[in-house]
Ligand binder design. Sequence first.
Ligand SMILES: [Zn+2]
Length: 478
Amino acid sequence: MAEGTNPGPPVADSIDGANDGHMRIVLAASFLLATVLPAQGPRPVPPCPRPPAGYQAELWQRAWALHHRAIVVDTHIDTTTRILDHGFDMGPRASDGHVDLQRAAEGGLDAVFYSIYVDSRFFGDEGALFATPPSSINDDWPRPRDAGAANGSARRALDMIDGLVRTVERHSDRMVLCASTATLTGAVGAGRHAALMGIEGGHAIEGDLGLLRQFHRLGVRYMTLTHTNHNEFADSCAPAEPRWGGLNRLGEKVVREMNRLGIMVDVSHVSDATFADVLQVSTAPVICSHSSLRSICPHPRNITDDMLRALAEQGGVVMINYNCGFLDAEYGKRSSARAATRRIQEKSARDTFAADSPELRQALANLDERFPPVERPPLQVLIAHLLRAIEIAGPDHVGLGSDFDGVPCVPAGIDDATFLPRLTYELLAAGQPDATVEKVLGQNLLRVFGAVERRSAELRGTAPECNDPTTDRLPRPQ
Ligand SMILES: [Zn+2]
């Protein structure tokens, strides 16, 4: 690998050590990981289109130029799920979803951490869950009671990585798989889309520090410690009852090993107790890859002002999520009420009519008509989160983590990646200096990523963490 901060063995050694059928993925990812590309001089700014309605022409031109000169990084995009599960091709311009290579280029979206997302249903010991995936009623899925056996999580993560790697292979003239700040900025300087990988859901490593290292060798550069489930080492914000009360001893080792390897620790989705534990344990700045502010929208997925201050004090960065339900409490309430009623009606229709029957299709179409989507909030609600985060944490600790292609609703006015220059316009219109806007667009994430790389380099030569079944599940000593 070219990034020069990998304290582990060379990639060839890890391939020799692999003992399953995923060697092909290891090889493909390793060879695709970018070496540092030569910089190509100042980046050309594409012709500025007419300003959107209500936008001031001069400020729009200034925003457009600043936006396309800046390195724009998004730390959380779920197009990987479309690629793997639906055969989505990022090459041509698509008429649905939020991101493809063409729309990313038009919107000046230079670098993306594609989510190696492992749904919580892949975790646990209820193998039957895999056999009966419901088509649309996810909330009715039973949650496994216990972590551990019959876990399909690592396999799912490997498949996700393979989907992204295949996409990079297919479009290697336009995109590059990157695993370091140097390769990211090199790719962007050479006019190519930088694709990076972040695991979403720490259950992907199945409680195994060796698997964590394997994912690092494949190029994974952040990991969200939990998704909506507690796992072998950390509590999520989703279930009401805590399992460990934060990180357990294994969780402590996972965080330390991520510091050693140079994987950014991501605290989006974790419980408040896990968040506090991570800030105590991590010796490198941490990220919130896709969370918004609880002071504006009181949702447990969002972070409080105090959490944000603590994150910033340690040098970290919060990347604001565009999901309507995390931005606007009213939208959240209205759409939850709609979904709850619709779900009951949908279940009744599915119980009444045969699967794939014309009757069922008609009944579902009728439901779509009776329960139209709740009206989307405007772009200003997203801007309000960004401005407040800048106000609370300062300009060095805020970024963008859209959750594009992972959420059912984004505000009107940021409909897909092509709308991103409007964010730059709105921040400038709100009086933010050019330097702050460039930081929010990508420089802050690059700074934290660089700090994590430097910490990893400092820790080179220290012993890797190892699992210990006799103590891993014990509470973390306070
Ligand atoms: Zn998420």
